[in-house]
Design a binder for this molecule. Structure first.
Ligand SMILES: CC(C)(COP(=O)(O)OP(=O)(O)OC[C@H]1O[C@@H](n2cnc3c(N)ncnc32)[C@H](O)[C@@H]1OP(=O)(O)O)[C@@H](O)C(=O)NCCC(=O)NCCS
Length: 162
C-alpha cells in the first residue's frame, strides 16, 4: 500500500501542479512571477510522485502569514494529502512567529480550512476567472480549542429568580 510522505520542496517543484490545478490559463513562468520571494513550500509524495502542494509566507501586517497555492492532483483528492500540507504550513508559520495565518479560500475548500482551525472572516466574494471565495483566518496566538468554540456564556439566571 502507498504511504503519503510530507517534505519541504523547492518552490519551482510546486509550479507545474499549481499551474495545472489553480491557474491553467497561465504559463509556469507567469505563475513564478506572482510568487512571494520569501514563501516556503511543502509537498506530499505518494511513492515519489508529488501529489499535493501548498505555500506559506509573511504577508500583511507584522505577524501575518498567508497560505496560498494549495493544490492536490484530481486523482489523489480526498485522501488527506491537502490536510497534511496545510498542517505543515500552519506549523511552519507558527514556529516562525506568525500570530495570524490567513488565506483566500475557494468556497468548495472551506471544510478543509475549518478542520485546520481557520474561520471565515469575510462575506463570500468572487475572484475573476476562479470563482467564489472567503477570506479565512487562524489566530496562531490563541489556543486552537478556543478558536472553534464560542465565548463561554454566563450561566442563565434561574427562572425562579428572574
Ligand atoms: C483543496 C484541495 C487542495 C484539498 O486537497 P485534498 O488532498 O483533497 O484534501 P483532503 O483530502 O485533506 O481534504 C478534503 C477536503 O478538500 C476540499 N475539497 C475536495 N475537493 C475539492 C475541490 N474540487 N476543490 C476545492 N476543495 C475541495 C473539501 O474541503 C474536502 O473536505 P470535504 O470532503 O469534507 O468537503 C484539493 O481539493 C484541490 O486541489 N482542489 C482544487 C484547487 C483548490 O480549490 N485549492 C484550494 C484553493 S483555496
Amino acid at each position: 500500500m502507498s504511504r503519503l510522505e510530507l517534505r519541504t520542496v523547492p518552490l519551482a517543484q510546486t509550479r507545474p501542479l499549481r499551474r495545472d490545478v489553480l491557474r491553467p490559463y497561465m504559463t509556469v513562468e507567469e505563475l513564478a512571477e506572482h510568487e512571494p520571494d520569501d514563501a516556503v513550500a511543502y509537498g506530499v509524495f505518494d511513492d515519489d510522485e508529488l501529489i499535493a502542494v501548498g505555500l506559506v509566507g509573511p504577508e500583511g501586517e507584522p505577524g501575518d502569514w498567508r497560505v496560498r497555492g494549495m493544490a492536490t492532483t484530481p486523482e489523489a483528492r480526498g485522501r488527506g494529502a491537502g490536510t497534511k500540507v496545510l498542517q505543515a504550513l500552519v506549523q511552519h508559520a507558527t514556529a516562525h512567529g506568525a500570530t495570524r495565518i490567513w488565506c483566500n479560500a475557494r468556497t468548495r475548500a472551506l471544510p478543509l480550512y475549518e478542520r485546520a482551525g481557520f474561520s471565515a472572516t469575510s462575506e463570500e466574494f468572487e475572484t475573476p476567472r476562479i470563482g467564489p471565495h472567503y477570506r479565512m483566518e487562524l489566530r496562531a496566538d490563541r489556543d486552537p480549542a478556543q478558536q472553534r468554540e464560542p465565548a463561554p456564556q454566563r450561566d442563565p439566571v434561574p427562572r425562579s429568580e428572574a
